[in-house]
Design a protein around this ligand. Structure first.
Ligand code: PZK
Length: 287
């Protein structure tokens, strides 16, 4: 645990500490959630995989946008980062029609004010990636908002910049991933402003917890897609008579092992770095 660091926040599977006035420590646990419930069983190394992947992307998208990364701790799961003024919106980019976008499209033929062609199938690739901002719900689910609503929250000029940067980050990540057999269906970015008012990418980025990763070789529009990382967990939970209210079920060893293997596979495919090399020295993802 961080010595002399103040705990300032908890996510479902992560903790945030203040190191000083300018720096935070973001610690990714091995906890896993499914159907919005954190399970009592951990997936060993999951926090390291997500931390290393985020740092890998931060390093490779420097030219697209500044980011909050200051350094990785030797434990592989802790990121020292610059403290920012966070923007009050979730910055979602979607390349495929799934989740709330599929629901909105079926109900209204549009998603966050983006008119889409008729006749699209569930999980179909969109003609172009779209930026679909959402509110940050303190509890419950984030709610999709229009561009106009997002502009009221951050300003029209800033929103233009945020949209352009997020689309470029998604394009970079999705092209890199697709070339390695992983489809990045959609992803959520969190951005903030530094003390000079410059836009900075924060939080985790382009990880399986902030995105939907689909195995490209099983992709078939017209149905929901299997999750690259969590499908064993979902299948196991669906086969129980669990009502998806807390507490969630314990996972058996084979589901833990299979899920851990999928996280490590995502890390190694995307970074082209052996996970053992990352554990040995997390700085391998920074060059
Ligand atoms: C920040 N979160 C979400 C993540 C939690 C909460 N660089 C930053 N500067 C200021 N604030 C944040 C960040 C980042 N990243 C991130 N909330 C605030 C969050 C993980 C655990 F408890």
């Amino acid at each position: 645990m961080p010595e002399a660091a103040q705990h300032v926040g908890s996510g479902k599977v992560r903790e945030l500490y203040a190191l000083d006035d300018e720096r935070l420590l973001l610690v990714a646990s091995d906890r896993i959630s499914t159907f919005d419930v954190v399970l009592p069983t951990e997936i060993p190394d999951k926090g390291c995989v997500l931390t290393g992947l985020s740092a890998f992307w931060f390093t490779r998208t420097r030219d697209v946008c500044r980011n909050h990364l200051l350094g990785l701790r030797a434990d592989g799961r802790s990121t020292e980062c610059r403290r920012l003024e966070m923007l009050p919106i979730e910055c979602v980019v979607r390349g495929y029609l799934t989740g709330s976008a599929w629901n909105d499209y079926r109900a209204r033929g549009e998603v966050c004010g983006h008119a889409l062609p008729p006749g699209l199938l569930e999980s179909e690739r969109l003609p172009e990636p779209i930026f679909t901002p959402a509110t940050k719900a303190q509890t419950g689910h984030d709610e999709n908002i229009t561009r106009a609503q997002a502009a009221e929250l951050v300003g029209a000029g800033r929103l233009d910049e945020v949209e352009r940067v997020c689309l470029e980050l998604y394009r970079f990540g999705s092209e890199h991933a697709a070339a390695r057999g992983i489809l990045l269906a959609d992803t959520k970015f969190e951005l903030g402003l530094d003390d000079e008012g410059r836009l900075v990418l924060a939080d985790e980025a382009l990880t399986p917890d902030s995105s939907r990763f689909w195995p490209a070789d099983e992709y078939e529009p017209g149905r929901p897609q299997p999750s690259f990382d969590k499908q064993f967990v979902r299948d196991y939970c669906e086969a129980l008579d669990w009502d998806k209210a807390p507490p969630g079920p314990e996972l058996p060893d084979d589901v833990v092992a299979g899920t851990r293997a999928r996280y490590l596979e995502a890390f190694e495919r995307l970074t082209e770095i052996p996970f053992a090399a990352y554990v040995d020295d997390p700085r391998v993802v920074l060059s």
